[in-house]
Design a protein around this ligand. Structure first.
Ligand SMILES: *Cc1c(COP(=O)(O)O)cnc(C)c1O
Length: 386
């Protein structure tokens, strides 16, 4: 049997290994010069004036909420069709997540439903660029302006994205990125906050490192010992130079990897057009889709089998797949604490039952893509019973 195709494989090569080795040899393995360089290069890539490196996107979102003044008694509007941490961090900040259903086509938060969810307590909107498809930022920004709300973007899927020619990372006051293993680039674990606001950048940096007035990078430099002052009970969210070493190698390859994923995407679209499923919606004009997830929606009624059954069959054929997502409101904690019903967010619920994500890593070979296509085609062939 041929090799199992793992979902979401990173590309790590000799260059990454050499850079990590050099970092170890330099003995500067904590937050240091490589982290600073990675921040500068990342800021440039996403068109932001500043970028603050942290140890996850979850940390990035948490710090961004706090830096936006979100706290107890506040509400934050977000999508239920996301990774749980988007909503979890709102709770970490002491605030309440308020879900607004997604559009079935784009799988992004439906801007036309946001206004109805705004109350006196609403402080911020936290849109997620699902699968790499930029949200309708113009509509979201207009609502935020009208009601005086902050916008924090969860761009974990959308490093390479552009909305109306603006790079994702250059639009809102705060945009958060992820470098988790399966994302478009990886630092093993890691995240970044992009901002054009220097003061916010300074605050975020401080809060990411215990709330110290001077970061360790300066504290441990050869300028001699400098006293630090704790100005806020901050967090331990800083990125290390070992992680940044990977980031520095991965960042320059993003564009080339995106082109490879665009090719695979097109092959999938052509191969699956006639199968009992809905293809991911094409990118809106004037936007660039970052092609993070290729999610099909299975026509389970026509198929006569569930999404989980299809997943089991693909697994047996040696294909690893993902589910993005079972909506947050369907998870135990959220159901029990907030009393959500599944159909309270009908589109997110509908997608949750049908969605399946196929491997889309730029690492996939032509043979592997062919194997995925033929496995899908045989699994989704509707057998005629007559
Ligand atoms: C991966 C992901 C996160 C969390 O990223 P980490 O770096 O693993 O903390 C947040 N939001 C979305 C939409 C994600 O996909």
């Amino acid at each position: 049997m041929s090799e199992y195709i793992v979902f979401g494989q990173p590309i790590l090569g000799d260059e990454e290994i050499a850079e990590v080795t050099d970092t170890l040899r330099s003995c500067w393995i904590g937050t240091g010069p490589r982290t600073a360089r990675f921040e500068d290069q990342f800021a440039e890539y996403v068109g932001a004036r500043h970028a603050v490196a942290v140890n996850s996107c979850t940390a990035a979102l948490h710090l961004s909420l706090l830096a936006s003044g979100v706290g107890p008694g506040d509400e934050v509007i977000t999508t239920p069709l996301t990774f749980a941490s988007t909503a979890n961090v709102i709770l970490h900040a002491g605030a309440m997540p308020v879900f607004v259903d997604v559009d079935r086509e784009t799988m992004n938060i439906d801007p036309s439903q946001i206004e109805a969810a705004i109350t006196q307590n609403t402080k911020a909107i936290l849109p997620v660029h699902f699968g790499g498809r930029p949200c309708e930022m113009e509509a979201i920004g207009a609502i935020a302006d009208r009601f005086g709300l902050k916008v924090i973007e969860d761009a974990a899927h959308c490093i390479e994205g552009r909305y109306q020619k603006q790079k994702i990372g250059s639009i809102s006051p705060l945009t958060c990125f992820s470098f988790y293993v399966t994302k478009n680039m990886t630092t093993a674990e890691g995240g970044m906050i992009a901002t054009n606001d220097e003061q916010l950048a300074t605050t975020l940096k401080m809060h990411a490192l215990h709330g110290l007035s001077r970061d360790a990078w300066r504290r441990f430099s050869d300028d001699g010992y400098q006293h630090y002052e704790v100005v806020y009970p901050g967090f331990k969210y800083n990125m290390t130079d070992l992680q940044a070493a990977l980031g520095l190698c991965q960042l320059p390859k993003l564009e080339q990897w995106l082109r490879r994923r665009e090719e695979i995407w097109q092959q999938y679209d052509e191969a699956f057009a006639e199968l009992p499923c809905w293809l991911p919606s094409p990118a809106a004009s004037e936007t660039r889709h970052a092609r993070h997830l290729y999610t099909l929606l299975l026509d389970i009624d026509q198929l006569g089998k569930s999404r989980d059954q299809v997943m089991r069959e693909l697994h047996e054929l040696g294909i690893g797949v993902g589910v993005h997502y079972r909506a947050v409101h369907l998870h135990q904690y959220y159901r029990e604490r907030f009393g959500y019903e599944a159909d309270q967010f009908p589109n997110a619920n509908w997608i949750s039952q049908r969605t399946i994500s196929l491997p889309l890593s730029a690492k996939l070979t032509a043979d592997q893509v062919d194997r995925i296509i033929s496995a899908m085609t045989s699994t989704l062939s509707v057998t005629q019973l007559n």
